[in-house]
Design a protein around this ligand. Structure first.
Ligand SMILES: C[S@@+](CC[C@H](N)C(=O)[O-])C[C@H]1O[C@@H](n2cnc3c(N)ncnc32)[C@H](O)[C@@H]1O
Length: 393
């Protein structure tokens, strides 16, 4: 058989997404898959106690290779559902360049970015990308490793990648990082996407996906699809040919100051339309955003007081503010919140309607593997219990 063909047990392919590890999964020690053999620091490398983060590389996956620095069971949980390229549906393999409707182009004041070369409908998939480097967040941010050791391990992880991939990773480096020696940490901090593997935070680097710039009123969002080991950029609204595709690096709904604070690590002055609007316009937007949050908190109080009219009013006000601020993706959380309030005041028909809407939106935005499958199941259970109680009365 081909030396590049991964060896795997089919049981690994059914590893539940968020189970920390599958004891039948052989990947942790499977040298025929990881190449070179995974490397783990020991006390002689200055590493003290606890489970070490190891370096895993698979040089051929998805035609570009992947290096991972994390705990061994997490490396197995990351890769096992997505091991076999042939099991990945065509839409999740590398797009054939003739079918791509985007290009990477130079843009004023923000380096390179993604530009639509065709139009996209709302919720259409724009780009699918696979990670080339994934690093456990606490490996970078924590102090279990010295700066020197972190640098050494990151250099090895990148050095293990095929030359073409390595070159592309290097091209993501800024020309003026504050510390040139830590270029790869800088690349990860300014280009990495936060993903979770079995509940643990990691930074994932994508070659093309990392070129998507920030906009506070984005026309796109991205999601991590664990079973395909892929990130997908999806249109939030219709996008026309020639438009820049941008997502928000900051959580949607933040005020100007909050955005400024979270965007700080990227080291750029946000000049999106919302941030460079007049002070008056910014204050209006911030006022609405603050009010949305205030209602979120007030809603359960109104429900506690049992006032249906008040809950109705607050729900309507939130919907209006969300529309004005173009924060529709946030509705997914608000629908669930409205439903909880309506359950509390026994308005079960309304509660059911909002749970249905939340369910639909989670699927729309998060896909089948969205991060709140358990949360939604719990909400449905809550409703069904309330409905049974009501029937008993
Ligand atoms: C993930 S990269 C995006 C691709 C980047 N423009 C490039 O040329 O590789 C993030 C960096 O892009 C720049 N950037 C992204 N969005 C921006 C914006 N709205 N305004 C100015 N610079 C931006 C910043 O330098 C930021 O650190």
């Amino acid at each position: 058989s081909s030396p590049h063909k991964p060896h795997y047990h089919t049981t690994c392919l059914t590893t539940p997404l968020h189970s920390p590890s599958n004891p039948t999964c052989p990947l942790e020690s499977d040298g025929s898959f990881w190449s070179p053999t995974p490397w783990c620091p020991t006390p002689s490398d200055g590493f003290e106690s606890g489970p070490p983060d190891c370096i895993f590389t698979t040089p051929h996956i998805r035609n570009q290779g992947l290096s991972v620095i994390t705990f061994p069971p997490l490396a197995a949980a990351l890769i096992s559902p997505a091991l076999d390229d042939s099991l990945v549906p065509p839409s999740f393999r590398r797009f054939n360049s003739s079918s791509e409707k985007w290009k990477i182009a130079a843009l004023p004041n923000r380096g390179l970015g993604l530009v639509a070369t065709g139009s996209f409908k709302q919720h259409e998939s724009i780009m699918v990308g696979f990670p080339v480097l994934i690093v456990r967040l606490e490996f970078i941010n924590g102090d279990r490793y010295s700066t020197k050791n972190k640098r050494k391990m990151l250099d090895v992880a990148v050095g293990n990648l095929p030359p073409e991939t390595r070159k592309q990773v290097e091209s993501l480096a800024r020309s003026n990082p504050s510390n040139k020696k830590d270029w790869i940490v800088d690349v990860l901090r300014t280009n990495g996407f936060g993903i979770e593997i079995a509940g643990e935070g990691h930074l994932a680097l994508f070659l093309e996906g990392s070129r998507v710039n920030h906009n506070c009123r984005p026309n796109a969002f991205w999601r991590w699809v664990p079973s395909k080991m892929a990130m997908e950029v999806v249109a939030l609204r219709g996008i026309g040919k020639g438009e820049e595709v941008a997502h928000s690096y900051a959580p949607l709904g933040y005020t100007y100051e909050q955005r400024k604070a979270v965007l700080e690590p990227w080291g750029f002055q946000c000049q999106c339309a919302l941030c460079s609007a007049s002070l008056r316009e910014r204050e209006i937007a911030d006022g609405r955003r603050d009010r949305i949050l205030e209602i979120y908190e007030t809603l359960s109080k109104a429900a506690e007081l049992g006032s249906v009219e008040r809950v109705d009013q607050l729900v309507q006000e939130t919907m209006l503010l969300i529309e004005k601020e173009e924060l529709q993706p946030q509705l997914v959380e608000y629908y669930a919140h409205f439903a909880r309030a309506y359950i509390e005041i026994n308005e079960l028909k309304k509660a059911r309607e909002y749970i249905q809407r939340a369910d639909k939106m989670w699927l729309l935005y998060g896909g089948e593997e969205h991060e709140n499958v358990a949360g939604m199941a719990e909400l449905w259970k809550l409703l069904e219990e309330a409905e049974m109680d009501a029937d008993d009365d």
